[in-house]
Design a protein around this ligand. Structure first.
Ligand SMILES: [Zn+2]
Length: 67
């Protein structure tokens, strides 16, 4: 059980992740509803191109690694 806790903690403590729209590449995505991330996977909305969905690209802001 300790391993599981450790894994969850590591997931939660990951910082600097940027969500990127797969449609237009913009990073101003918005999580859509209150329940997202609790029961359902988070759905994202792109204000720029109108993309709405669960699949987004992710990049780490602080590591300097690019997609
Ligand atoms: Zn977009």
């Amino acid at each position: 059980m300790e391993d599981l806790f450790e894994t969850l903690r590591n997931m939660k403590s990951r910082r600097g992740n940027v969500k990127i729209c797969p449609g237009c590449g913009d990073s101003s995505l918005q999580a859509s509803t209150v329940f997202d991330g609790v029961i359902l996977p988070t759905r994202f909305l792109c204000k720029k191109c109108g993309y709405s969905g669960y699949i987004v690209l992710e990049a780490q802001e602080d590591s300097g690694r690019r997609l």
